[in-house]
Design a protein around this ligand. Sequence first.
Ligand SMILES: Nc1ncnc2c1ncn2[C@@H]1O[C@H](COP(=O)(O)OP(=O)(O)O)[C@@H](O)[C@H]1O
Ligand SMILES: [Mg+2]
Length: 290
Amino acid sequence: MEQNRIQQKQIPMTDEMKEKKSSSLLTIEVSGLALQAKKDVAPKIEVKDLNFFYGAKQALFDISLSLPERQVTALIGPSGCGKSTFLRTLDRMDKFVPGTRLEGEAWMNGEDIYDPAVDPIELRKRIRMVFQRPNPFPVSIFENVAYGLHLQKSSRRSIHDRVEECLRGAALWDEVKDRLNASAVGLSGGQQQRLCIARAIASRPDVILMDEPASALDPIATLRVEELITQLSQDYTIVLVTHNMQQAARVSHYTGFFLQGKLIELATTAELFEHPRNQETEDYVGGRFG
Ligand SMILES: Nc1ncnc2c1ncn2[C@@H]1O[C@H](COP(=O)(O)OP(=O)(O)O)[C@@H](O)[C@H]1O
Ligand SMILES: [Mg+2]
């Protein structure tokens, strides 16, 4: 595997690839990280023949894909193509939003997560969602993270340790350690988003779903969240919806392109940007439509 990774990194760009790259309207810098996508990782989640409906309106069509374990999979595509809807099928939106309906299968660790016997509330602890707008609870920084831990009948000491661990894990500890009892809503937007990520990892999830997690943030806060995503991918399987192709190229190992409710192509990020197999993907990553 290590050897495979090194070989992939050393693949030189062909003239054809260079030409394609320079002819793109957008210059996409595919990071070294993206080139390190592992070919042989186990899928954490496998989705098969997924269809999703808002009332009579079908929003997703026959989606089948694998999300590799401890990798970042970015989902890109124009507004309204179904990226958020897809994320929320993994979060069982159909169980919480009246009038929605889901067909198909999704397997996590070999377990059918759409099985009626699976409790969607329990599932949401294992598959956590982080939204575009940071949504901390209007309580202290500490309580935002400790919230779910109290329910687990842990001791005060172990709750404190776990809160610290999660805040460190979300690259926020050093900024807040002296004011853990201050209100979370007093934090900057970027800090609030990292707090939401700390809260998400507190339940030790398998998967973190992020829906445009940096698009409401300034460039510096965005960079910090991107660095955090890279770091978190060592421990978690991450699905990142973004309309920012550079962001997908910077932080993801795999990228999927959605168009009008269909998954057009899913490949390693390097492959998808450098030599897409599908013409529509090529037009999109080349900036020919948005
Ligand atoms: N609550 C809803 N009720 C009805 N249609 C919806 C709802 N949310 C999204 N849609 C429709 O589903 C399609 C996919 O939307 P969405 O998943 O939000 O796309 P994206 O996240 O890629 O912008 C769009 O046509 C959108 O109008
Ligand atoms: Mg969306």
